[in-house]
Design a protein around this ligand. Structure first.
Ligand SMILES: [Zn+2]
Ligand SMILES: [Zn+2]
Ligand SMILES: [Zn+2]
Length: 273
């Protein structure tokens, strides 16, 4: 299975184009893996998580035919994950040679917003909408998916996804702080091959940060994974969704995580499971 990290930044992108902080200035200078676009992951070119404003750029940069995507999972409606206006480009007359609808899965807010944005005439032809609920497993076109609860925006039911595909189990774990108890309960007894976690901050002095994770929280998650044997043999943790407010460049995140066997994602990174 191919897991392709299309973007790996928090909401503002890295560097924040408006920002003169040291991390942004250095990232502009150094370029390379310090340049991060908004977070999204593609699995086997058919299953995509989130639809950030950088989606056009991702597709052109990496030569991806988005017309092949069958399932789109939406974690939540913050602007760095959800840009439904651009889905308009998939309607009849705009996108040619498309033979299947794109199935979109998300919470109420995500689905309502998409329905307002896109023409109703395209439902069933180019789009099929699915409102999903936490802990209710669904069968998509390409995987079995269980939405999990995040601890993120307190005014929205933000979701994480437990994805079972071709015998592999992936935890899509951003955006969230320390997992809510119900999510931990779900994860106990599972065997994860790849856990993708939210590392928006660097060190912030707490092992159980709220809303987003930081280095200490990620290490605490890893400790519980080990204690509960939640990772499969050879199972890996990859961190993503980095903010310039962390003050850390790619190399600094690598220095922090490499001793623990945790990988630091960068834009365009591909992992084969
Ligand atoms: Zn985000
Ligand atoms: Zn900055
Ligand atoms: Zn968010």
């Amino acid at each position: 299975m191919k897991v392709h990290f299309l973007g790996t930044a928090a909401a503002e992108g890295f560097p924040n184009p408006f920002c003169k902080c040291q991390a942004c200035v250095k990232a502009r200078e150094l370029g390379g893996r310090n340049i991060r676009s908004r977070t999204s992951v593609m699995i086997d070119e058919v299953l995509k998580v989130d639809f950030p404003p950088d989606t056009f750029f991702h597709a052109t940069r990496d030569g991806i035919d988005l017309g092949e995507v069958q399932d789109l999972l939406i974690t939540h409606t913050h602007y760095d994950h959800y840009n439904p206006g651009d889905l308009y480009n998939r309607i009849e007359g705009f996108a040619h040679g498309i033979n299947h609808p794109l199935h979109i899965y998300g919470n109420d807010l995500a689905m309502q917003g998409i329905m307002r944005e896109l023409p109703h005439s395209q439902v069933g032809k180019r789009f099929v909408y699915h409102r999903v609920l936490p802990f209710k497993q669904i069968e998509t076109q390409t995987a079995k998916v269980t939405p999990l609860l995040a601890d993120h925006d307190q005014l929205e039911t933000c979701l994480l996804f437990y994805i079972e595909k071709d015998g592999k189990n992936i935890l899509y774990g951003n955006d969230t702080g320390w997992f809510p108890e119900d999510t931990w309960e779900f994860l106990k007894g599972k065997k994860i091959d790849l856990a993708i976690l939210d590392c928006t901050g660097a060190y912030n002095g707490t092992k159980r940060s709220r809303n987003h994770m930081c280095i200490e929280t990620i290490l605490e998650v890893q400790r519980v994974f080990q204690e509960e044997s939640i990772l499969n043999e050879g199972g890996q943790i990859i961190v993503t969704h980095f903010s310039h407010n962390s003050g850390f460049l790619h190399e600094e995140f690598e220095e922090a995580f490499t001793p623990y066997g945790i990988k630091v994602a960068y834009d365009g990174m591909i992992i084969n499971l």
